[in-house]
Design a protein around this ligand. Structure first.
Ligand code: ADP
Length: 288
């Protein structure tokens, strides 16, 4: 079983011709509301691939919280550890301009009400997957207490202290997060610094260039397939979900990253942050 400890947000995507400047009013050209939050995205993407997943998260006691629970259950995610708080369900407002650039505003709401005590009897399973959209002390607690393989996707890359990495087996930043956390533009040097703390490996995702794995002994580039990308939102979430799934199934890290690349690359060929179903990818994975 995979346990995901993380966030749930209702995403509101506002399409604009261009971003407003301070004091200016602009009109929305299109609006889309969808399920989001890295915790939820990763849990649902892993469940779609056939994993047995439990999400540990918090939603509000509002209508959006009820809708969130129903959605997660429909996606076959175990919600017995999704807490309902006296708060509003988290929201993210994503401004998207004509150039495909985004500006994101997050109202953490119930996500910020999730506390370490809520994790009681919820840290089960073989693989833990967590991110940084909830309180850092909750992530810290989960990593410390979990008995199994611990993956931290350090997004967004805001860490009060790097000590947290001492309870991480695999760290999975994208290129930007990697630079921020390692405080270095030199990847080899940055990896060396972080591997003094991270237990096993760092897997850096590189967009269309796939990913690279750093361990204390070597670094390995894992290329991905060439695709026509239409929406890269959530590519990292799909990658992390797939990586956790293959590691749980006993694949070694290189094989798991290779498969996760392929699945994440397929996910960018269609709209939305969630990944494909197992049936949609199994043939591609078997072909290689
Ligand atoms: P994030 O979404 O966190 O910024 P990345 O952009 O590094 O993360 O993407 C995560 C993974 O998704 C990559 O390692 C790769 O496998 C896949 N991916 C992302 N963008 C593309 C793309 N344009 N073409 C092919 N694969 C992609």
């Amino acid at each position: 079983m995979i346990t995901v400890v993380g966030s749930y947000n209702t995403d509101t995507i506002l399409k604009l011709e261009r971003f407003p400047v301070p004091g200016e009013t602009v009109f929305v050209q299109g609006k889309l509301i969808s399920h989001g939050g890295k915790g939820s995205n990763q849990a649902v993407s892993a469940a779609r691939l056939g994993a047995n997943v439990s999400l540990v998260a918090a939603v509000g006691n509002d209508e959006r919280g009820t809708i969130a629970l129903k959605f997660l259950q429909q996606e076959k995610v175990d919600t017995s550890c999704v807490k309902v708080k006296e708060a509003q369900t988290g929201s993210a407002y994503i401004l998207l301009n004509g150039q495909g650039e985004t500006m994101i505003i997050v109202d953490r709401g119930a996500n910020y009400e999730l506390v370490a005590e809520d994790l009681y009897q919820c840290l089960r399973g073989d693989v833990l997957l967590t991110q940084l959209e909830i309180r850092e002390e909750v992530v810290r607690f989960a990593l410390k207490e979990f008995n199994g393989l611990r993956i931290l996707n350090p997004a967004p890359a805001e860490l009060r202290s790097l000590d947290i990495l001492e309870n991480v087996d695999i760290l999975t930043p994208n290129e930007i997060e990697f630079k921020e956390i390692s405080n270095s533009d030199d990847m080899l040097y940055g990896a060396e610094v972080l591997l003094k703390r991270v237990k096993k490996a760092i897997v850096v995702t590189l967009g269309e260039n796939g990913s690279v794995i750093f361990t204390k002994h070597k670094s390995v580039r894992i290329p991905t397939i060439k695709v026509r990308a239409v929406d890269t939102t959530g590519a990292g979430d799909v990658f992390n979900a797939a990586l956790a799934l293959f590691l749980e199934r006993g694949y070694d890290l290189e094989q798991a990253a290779e498969n996760a690349n392929i699945i994440a690359s397929i996910s960018v060929t269609s709209y939305g942050a969630l990944g494909p179903k197992w049936e949609e990818v199994k043939e591609l994975l078997q072909e290689k």
